[in-house]
Design a protein around this ligand. Structure first.
Ligand code: SF4
Length: 356
């Protein structure tokens, strides 16, 4: 019999399972504490649960769904990049980025990605499947445990492999578990869903009963350029996407950011800055510029510091908040999809088994 993954359950479901086993109601709080505060990956570790109940859980459930195949740590900034193997052999990446005052975890929502943005390493591999909510939440738990952050607050961004809104139900379920005070107890400002398209789903996320922020991966100042860089995402016009992101902000007093990857000479000309400023004007969005981090066989060049400054200077008077997100882990394969595409050709053995 296949065991169910226990981190796939929302807190009300966990309570229902525990009480259906004839256990007192408080038992599910004990279990949730082990899973999300102490980040246990085996039931055997849950020493304040009766031994017989731990055995029953072990027989029917697994406490971790993925094993770490490899981990790279940057000597420059401590960024850690993880490659996980899932129960069916699928592989995904997650990244832990330590900053002075916070730690941000970047998680994947799909194995591969069905969109084919031309600047993205993930798009070079084949899309395999959606992740379950439990597989998403596990990435957070494993990274927190590995970084010694049990019981500490972190930020989570859905900016790893995959398009989160194409895995809508499981992503929303995972956010429920992240939000729940008995789960990872994270509020809207700590969770960012990054999407490249799908205005209807942006609105549906706004209407879902979950707390998160939104990042819209724009990357072009007009539909024409966008359709060459993000051909599938560009099925929907930029204007429609901005309106949907605005709905997201206005309907729940939430935050939305426009993300713009700086591809030297492609979307960084003076007229691009002017068109981008015109697009963003009047909307309550922050603009986050991301200098491109070239992959191993990239057809795009990195942008120089002088060109970044020039681009920013043209935006600043017109767009209220412009930030530049510096690449992390430049000495490791830290850009989205780099480690995964590398692993498709070099199969590595797991260094830590699920539940070990
Ligand atoms: S940038 Fe995001 S949406 Fe585009 S192919 Fe890569 S993972 Fe998919």
């Amino acid at each position: 019999m296949t065991r169910q993954h226990i981190r796939n359950l929302t807190m009300p479901e966990l309570r229902e399972v525990v009480t259906s086993h004839g256990e007192p109601e408080y038992r599910y709080r004990q279990l949730a504490k082990w899973l999300y505060e102490k980040l246990a990956d085996t039931f055997a570790d849950m020493t304040d649960l009766p031994a017989g109940y731990r055995d029953l859980l072990e027989a029917g459930y697994s406490a971790q769904s993925a094993c770490v195949v490899s981990m790279q740590e940057s000597a420059i900034d401590g960024t850690r990049k993880y490659l996980f193997e899932l129960h069916d052999g699928g592989r995904i990446e997650s990244v832990m980025m330590p900053y002075d005052q916070r730690t941000t975890l970047c998680v994947s929502s799909q194995v591969g990605c069905p969109l084919d943005c031309v600047f993205c390493e993930t798009a070079k591999g084949k899309f395999q499947r959606n992740l379950t909510a439990g597989e998403i939440v596990d990435q957070v738990c494993v990274l927190k445990r590995d970084a010694g952050l049990a019981g500490r607050k972190v930020n989570v961004v859905f900016m790893g492999m995959g398009e989160p809104l194409l895995n809508f139900d499981e992503v929303v379920r995972s956010i429920r578990i992240l939000n729940d005070p008995l789960g990872l107890d994270m509020g809207a400002k700590r969770i960012t869903v990054s999407t490249s398209s799908f205005p209807d789903r942006i609105r549906a996320l706004a209407d879902a009963d979950v707390s998160c922020s939104l990042a819209l991966s724009l990357n072009a100042p007009n539909d024409e350029t966008r359709s060459t860089l993000m051909p599938k995402a560009a099925r929907f016009a930029i204007e429609e996407l901005l309106e949907a992101a605005n709905y997201f902000v206005q309907s729940g007093n939430r935050r939305a950011t426009l993300e713009y990857i700086l591809l030297s000479g492609i979307n960084t000309k003076d007229e691009d800055a002017a068109a981008l400023a015109e697009l963003a004007r009047g909307y309550p969005f922050k603009l986050n510029l991301i200098p491109y981090n070239p992959g191993r066989q990239s057809e795009f060049d990195s942008i120089s510091e002088a060109d970044i400054d020039r681009f920013v200077r043209q935006l600043v008077p017109k767009v209220p908040t412009v930030t530049v997100r510096r690449s992390r882990g430049l000495d490791i394969d830290a850009a989205c999809g780099q480690l995964w595409t590398k692993s498709l050709t070099e199969k590595e053995k797991p260094v830590k088994e699920a539940g070990e």
